[in-house]
Design a protein around this ligand. Structure first.
Ligand SMILES: Cc1cc2nc3c(=O)[nH]c(=O)nc-3n(C[C@H](O)[C@H](O)[C@H](O)COP(=O)(O)OP(=O)(O)OC[C@H]3O[C@@H](n4cnc5c(N)ncnc54)[C@H](O)[C@@H]3O)c2cc1C
Length: 467
């Protein structure tokens, strides 16, 4: 006999599709590539990285012939499935950046600030409304050791000039009311929330208006050198290009060298129905900021403009052999766990239902920051591995990739973050064993606050599982 709990009942009518792309449809589908073609720049992948690469290339040289090949539809991947949190950070947070690149931190902070500023200037000029809200974020302490961690982060962020407040339990609950909150860090600068599908569809329109050709339902199957250029083989036709940018994120990479640099990790998300006035009053949350919990396995959550709550994260899953089978996105136990955690956090919302459930693949590197590089003597560049923080840093990745294919030494290509690649993941079956061992160690740290010998060893190796 099936036992229904409030958490499982809340999921019973949820549709298995991302909230963002389900609600915001591009007006038309773009034709597949059916006959052989040529171009100056071929971009494989129509997410935020691919779209920014195309737009920035056209801004630099309007006469460049640019083609995007997208296996499904624009924003089919993580770009249409994420939480919509944006951040200036290129380093997965200040303390992580300081631990990896202390000498370059000021440059990285400046570049991250400039990146976000330029993105929103661009959106303003192009009249793209992505429901952006510079509301900052809150990080919630759920266990006593988180309180001390947040106090340390508070001091560090203040030293670096961030506008940040430390709130005790009562102050936190006055801001957003959950019995699980012991304290919080309210970060006002440098981050906010947006609608990722509206962003991607806006960039798509902007790319098309600049003359970029976009072929949807066109999967690149292989990449071969053809004299001075490259040929991208697709199901029906070949695309010959002088240069190629690979913007395929957590999907199966076309270059062998990319295979060990990032692993696909499925991250699950739910969205509730609209909250009533009384339900909204019961949680507060007047400032609409994005929220995450402190700790390794964390939830991220935010309100939507039409007063729903998006609730995701925590139970990120790696499938052995880097299995990317899309059917894994509907993994009932992960959605059930998320639902249970939601009602533990907001018991006053019992009876609220979820309308959407989905997952997306997070391109996770061993140091939680992107990998951007070049191949085929600079005819090919790739940018991926944003590890759950790519809504705005994808433009940074795209710009570095453009510098690479232009054979241009720039401030960006000289960054250690770019020049030094992350520690590669080992092959299977060791890979799955190490991921599982690391996950258990992170879960233990979440409980007792102790880093433990395994995570300590990874820290010394520059493997950055600390966010
Ligand atoms: C559930 C989830 C929540 C997240 N939350 C946040 C967040 O709140 N904030 C944040 O900053 N980041 C977040 N991220 C990460 C962020 O969404 C990504 O880093 C970012 O969208 C990456 O963009 P992309 O263009 O590189 O990849 P994608 O959007 O994944 O695009 C890659 C595209 O390439 C296409 N493709 C792949 N292979 C081929 C091929 N062979 N031929 C043709 N096309 C191909 C795919 O169909 C896909 O459309 C989240 C990610 C997930 C999955």
């Amino acid at each position: 006999m099936k036992i229904f709990t409030p958490a499982s009942l809340a999921l019973k009518d949820a549709v298995a599709t991302p909230f963002w792309t389900g609600n915001t449809q591009a007006s038309d589908h773009l034709p597949a590539l059916t006959t052989d073609a040529t171009c100056d720049l071929a971009i494989v992948g129509g997410g935020l990285t691919g779209l920014w690469a195309a737009i920035e290339a056209k801004i630099e040289n309007p006469s460049l012939d640019v083609v995007i090949l997208e296996a499904q539809q624009i924003a089919f991947g993580a770009s249409g499935r994420n939480g919509g949190f944006f951040s200036e950070s290129l380093t997965h947070g200040l303390s992580h950046g300081l631990s990896l690149w202390p000498k370059e931190i000021h440059t990285l902070l400046r570049l991250g600030r400039e990146n976000v500023k330029e993105i929103f200037e661009f959106l303003g000029n192009e009249k793209i409304n992505a429901d952006q809200n510079f509301c900052g974020k809150s990080v919630m302490a759920l266990r006593p050791h988180h309180v001390a961690e947040l106090e340390a982060s508070f001091k560090q962020l203040r030293e670096y000039g961030e506008k940040v407040e430390f709130l005790d339990s009562a102050e936190t609950r006055k801001d957003i009311d959950s019995p699980t909150y012991l304290a919080s860090l309210r970060i006002h600068d440098g981050s906010g929330i947006l609608d990722p599908a509206k962003l991607a569809w806006g960039l798509r329109a902007s790319a098309l208006a600049r003359g970029v050709r976009i072929h949807e339902m066109t999967q690149a199957m292989g990449l071969v050198s053809n004299g001075a250029g490259m040929t991208v083989r697709t199901q029906l036709a070949n695309l010959h290009a002088s240069k190629v940018i690979l913007a395929t994120n957590a999907f199966r990479p076309l270059l062998r060298r990319m295979r060990n640099m990032a692993i696909p990790v499925f991250d699950h998300v739910l969205v509730t129905e609209q909250l009533s006035h009384a339900q909204l009053e019961s949680i507060g949350w007047q400032q609409n900021q994005g929220v995450t919990d402190a700790g390794n396995q964390f939830h991220y959550y935010r309100r939507t403009p039409d007063n729903r709550i998006l609730w995701g994260g925590y139970d990120a899953i790696y499938y052995k052999g880097s299995n990317r089978n899309i059917s894994q996105e509907q993994f009932a136990p992960s959605h059930q766990l998320l639902s249970e955690h939601f009602f533990e956090t907001f018991p006053q919302l019992e009876g609220l239902n979820f309308t959407h459930k989905w997952a997306g693949m997070i391109d996770t590197t061993s140091r939680f920051t992107p990998v951007i590089g070049r191949a085929y003597g600079g005819r090919v560049a790739y940018a991926f591995g944003y590890t759950g923080l790519g809504v705005t840093s994808s433009r940074f990745g795209a710009r570095v990739a453009l510098d690479f294919i232009a054979n241009r030494e720039s401030e960006l290509t000289q960054l250690t973050l770019v020049k030094r690649k992350p520690v590669p993941f080992p092959p299977e079956p060791i890979r799955a064993l190490l991921v599982s061992k690391t996950r258990s160690a992170l879960a233990r740290e979440d409980i007792d606050g102790k880093r433990g010998p395994w995570l300590g060893l990874l820290d010394r190796m520059g493997v950055g599982f600390n966010s």
